[in-house]
Structures are given as structure tokens and as C-alpha cells.
Design a protein around this ligand. Structure first.
Ligand SMILES: [Zn+2]
Length: 498
């Protein structure tokens, strides 16, 4: 049968809609099982070799205009799906094991997936370390074999489709110059090297944890948990503060017919906020089980940024521009809203925190740890996926790069589990940088108090209308006449307040 592009597009959209709704229903606690297998079966034709090969051929001649973009986004979708189908056995094995395995640090069994939460709530550093060792042993013995098999299969598939490596495949599919990005993030690591130690040590001391040099990776969930901020980020102000923030921008969350705010409590609801988008812009879910604390606020504001971006995307854009494209764009808007937790004026006005300095420093430190960790991950993933990696050396390489960037001795054993599919790390890194461009543009145009300015809200909605038709580079080129760079992001760490 000849390849029918229009039909492919329609079926791709229906597939995405069903899959997203199924995830929403499961994670929001409406149904216990996650039944995605039947959906993949119904739409298996989207991810067969012939279809994806046909898309690859079409995309190669698609040109630089909108049709070329649509084809590339569609090829990315199809190829991801094909890799997913071909590594399904390993993914299912990993999910099944992670859900059933237990970890025992010598004082009783704990579900594998509960370890990080247990570490976050554990005051005893020795027990946090024992949990880490026990979890790492399970990872090494039971899971890494499947991770390795899936990785090698994905590398093979890239070669079978004519790319020299996984790096080459995803650089092209995402339209991101990964080597250039790595040069930028290497510069960022260097530029923030001086500020990092004092900023993070300050937070570690405040949290009663060892400083860098004595800190272990098992202590990091405890640092991020930050129980000392629980009273300034109370559960009962979470939704109200988010709504009030949007109201300042002229957005009435409760009146948006396409945004379904789900705050009900259900026994199997995900404890972490998330956003699901079965139909963009018509059906967007923002789901949260409010329990308060810094991380809960960060998660809701981040997901809320995604929700508003998708909810304000123009309905008349083609499917690829509403649902696919460069996720650096949607992540940048998620970070823009999440960043309010580092804004002293916002913290004072919305949460009544008089002396916001401590909370600001905590969220700055949190972001810098993440930025440096992701910069190191990108460098590592380029080695891992470059096509000439000596796999036997990769665990050491992983540990080296992460230890150096985060300044915490980093275990080798997560060299496979800590790898994002398809270089998603690159999207986060670009999004962190892009967010600083948006924030500067908002301050330039509407002043420091842009958050309480309807016109700033108008301007943002105008940006959101684009969906992800343009990638991050194109979008700031067109809207701001700027080039995406990391200097503003690095400059935010150059001077230590007080
Ligand atoms: Zn996100």
C-alpha cells in the first residue's frame, strides 16, 4: 500500500489523544490499571518500519518551511514510537521489576520506587547511605541488563535507518546542534564553578547536612525535601497562590473551559503534579494532590506553565505544531512560572513571606544543582550515544562527569538508568536558558512588576499561541531578535547576594 500522509497524521493525533487520556485517567487515580498496550496495538501501523522509512524519505525532501517542519516532527514521533515498540519487552521488564522489587538496608524491606522518598524523609545520614547502597545493588543485579539491551537496540535502530549514531539521529530529529549546546553548557559549568560551592554549602549548612566534599548522593533527596520550608509553602495556599498569579496576568483559571483543574483526592492519584493534554488546546488537565512544601509548589507551578502554554495554543495550527515539535519551548514556559518561587516579590505578595532571602537562596541552589547535573548528563550522553563509545568505560565516564559537575561522589551504577530517552536533557537545558530570555523581555517591556500586568499576560498569550511550530532558536529569533545563549543564566549566579 502506498504511504498515505494525511491518514498518518490523523491516526497519529488520535493515538496521542487516547494515550494521553489513558495516562491521565491512571495517574489521576480514576482507574487502577494503565492499559496502553491495546492502544499501541490499535495503532501499530504508525510505528512499523515501512511507515517510518516513508516519513524519513519525505522529511529528507521537506525543505525549511512549515511542511518540512511538520514532516520532521512527525518523523520524530514515528521514530520514537518505533524505538519504543522495539524495546517494549525491556521497558515492560524494567517497569515490572521496579514496581515489584524490594530494597532492604538491613532494617526491613522497602519498595524499590519508595527509596528516594524514604531518603528525603530520613534524618539519619548513615541510613540514607545504606538505602542507596541497597538500591544500587538491586539496580546492578536486576535492572541494568535490560537497560543495556534496550540501549543497544536503540543504537542499532538508528544505524538501520541510516544515521551514523544515536546522537546524529536525535540531533537531526530534534533540530538541535547538540555539540554546540554542549560547548555552551561546558561554558556554563565553568562560569558557575566559583558560585556553586558557597551557594550550595550555604543550603547544606542550613539543612544540617555535610558540606560539599563530605556530602553523599544519598543526602541529596534530603536537601531538596527541605522540611524547614514546609510552613512557608503550606498545602492550603498552593492552588490559591497559583490562581492569584494567573489572575495578575489576566487569566481566570476557573473560567478557562479547556483547562480541567483536578485537585480531588483519590487513593491511587499520583502524589506529583502533572499536566496531560489529550487535545490541544481543547482538553488540558492540570492534576495535583496538594500536600505542600517547596517541591510540591515547584511541581505545580512547572506543570501549570505547561498547562497554560497548551491551553493557549492556537486551535487552527496543524496537529504537529499543537502536539509535537521542540519541547524546549513548552519547558521554557514551565520554568518561567516555576521560577516565581525564586522571586522575592512574588514570595512576599503571594505567600506573605517577609524575609524571602532564605527561600530564594534555596530555590537558586536547587536550580544550579539541576543545571550542572544536566550539563554533565549532556556531555556524558554525547559520549554514550556518539557511535564510538567503549561501553566498558562508560560507567566510569558517567561517574567522573557527574562527580565533577555536582561535586558529590557519583555512583557508576546508574550509568544506564539515568539516561533520558532521545536527549530530552537537551530540551531542559535549552529551556532553562530560554526562560531567562523570556523573563528579561517581560521586565524590559512591562517592568519589574510584570506579574501583575494584564498586558504582560497578553504578550505571553501571544507567544503561547505559536504552540511549538517554531523551535526555541527560531522562536526567540522571531519574537525577540535574539540568539539562545547561556550568558544571562550564568550571570544570575555571578554575584552572591550578601
Ligand atoms: Zn516540564
Amino acid at each position: 500500500m502506498p504511504f498515505d500522509l494525511d491518514r498518518y497524521r490523523e491516526r497519529a493525533e488520535s493515538f496521542g489523544e487516547e494515550l494521553s487520556r489513558e495516562y491521565y485517567r491512571h495517574l489521576a487515580g480514576h482507574k487502577r490499571e494503565l492499559e496502553i498496550e491495546p492502544i499501541y496495538e490499535t495503532y501499530a501501523d504508525l510505528f512499523d518500519r515501512d511507515s517510518v522509512m516513508a516519513l524519513r524519505a519525505l522529511a529528507a525532501g521537506g525543505g525549511n518551511g512549515d511542511e518540512g517542519r511538520r514532516l520532521r516532527y512527525l518523523l520524530h514521533f514515528g521514530f520514537d514510537g518505533l524505538v519504543g515498540m522495539e524495546t517494549r519487552a525491556e521497558a515492560e521488564e524494567i517497569a515490572g521489576l521496579e514496581a515489584s522489587l524490594v530494597v532492604d538496608a538491613g532494617d526491613g524491606a522497602l519498595p524499590f520506587r519508595a527509596v528516594v522518598i524514604e531518603q528525603a524523609n530520613e534524618v539519619d545520614g548513615e541510613r540514607r547511605a545504606a538505602l542507596e547502597d541497597a538500591r544500587n545493588a538491586v539496580l546492578d543485579e536486576c535492572l541494568n541488563r535490560a537497560y543495556r539491551a534496550a540501549l543497544e537496540r536503540a543504537h542499532e535502530l538508528c544505524r538501520e535507518f541510516g544515521w551514523p549514531s544515536y546522537t546524529a539521529a536525535y540531533g537531526e530529529l530534534r533540530g538541535i546542534d547538540l555539540e554546540r549546546l554542549q560547548a555552551q553548557t561546558a561554558g556554563f559549568l565553568e562560569a558557575t564553578g566559583g558560585a556553586y560551592g558557597p551557594l550550595v554549602d550555604g543550603q547544606l549548612t542550613r539543612a544540617g547536612l555535610p558540606e560539599l566534599g563530605g556530602l553523599r548522593r544519598s543526602d541529596m533527596p534530603r536537601l531538596f525535601r527541605a522540611p524547614e520550608f514546609d510552613d512557608v509553602f503550606p498545602a492550603d495556599r498552593l492552588i490559591a497562590s497559583f490562581e492569584a498569579t494567573l489572575a495578575g496576568l489576566g487569566i481566570d483559571l476557573r473560567e478557562q473551559p479547556n483547562v480541567h483543574l483536578d485537585t480531588d483526592s483519590r487513593p491511587t492519584k499520583s502524589p506529583r503534579a502533572f499536566c496531560s493534554t489529550p487535545r490541544v488546546p481543547e482538553e488540558v488537565y492540570l492534576v495535583i494532590a496538594p500536600h505542600g512544601g517547596f517541591e510540591d509548589y515547584a511541581a505545580l507551578f512547572h506543570e501549570g506553565g505547561h498547562a497554560e502554554h497548551y491551553a493557549n495554543t492556537a486551535a487552527d495550527l496543524s496537529y504537529e505544531f499543537r502536539q509535537l515539535g521542540d519541547n524546549s519551548v513548552t519547558e521554557s514556559f514551565a520554568f518561567l512560572i516555576e521560577h516565581l518561587l525564586s522571586d522575592p516579590v512574588w514570595l512576599c505578595e503571594r505567600l506573605g513571606i517577609e524575609d524571602a532571602a532564605r527561600a530564594v537562596e534555596h530555590s537558586r541552589a536547587f536550580r544550579l544543582v539541576m543545571l550542572r547535573r544536566y550539563s554533565a548528563k549532556l556531555a556524558y550522553e554525547l559520549d554514550l550515544h556518539g557511535g564510538s563509545a567503549d561501553m566498558a568505560r562508560m560507567p566510569e565516564r558517567y561517574s567522573e562527569l557527574l562527580s565533577e559537575a555536582v561535586r558529590v561522589p557519583w555512583p557508576r551504577v546508574s550509568w544506564l538508568a539515568d539516561v533520558d530517552d532521545g536527549f530530552y536533557a537537551a530540551c531542559y537545558l535549552r529551556a532553562w536558558a530560554l526562560e531567562t530570555h523570556w523573563r528579561a523581555a517581560l521586565e524590559d517591556r512591562f517592568g519589574e512588576s510584570w506579574l501583575a500586568n494584564f498586558e504582560a499576560g497578553e504578550w505571553l498569550r501571544g507567544l503561547w499561541r505559536h504552540g511549538q511550530r517554531l523551535d526555541a532558536d527560531e522562536l526567540i529569533g522571531e519574537v525577540l531578535g535574539e540568539e539562545l545563549d547561556f550568558t544571562r543564566l550564568a550571570a544570575e549566579y555571578h554575584e552572591e547576594p550578601e
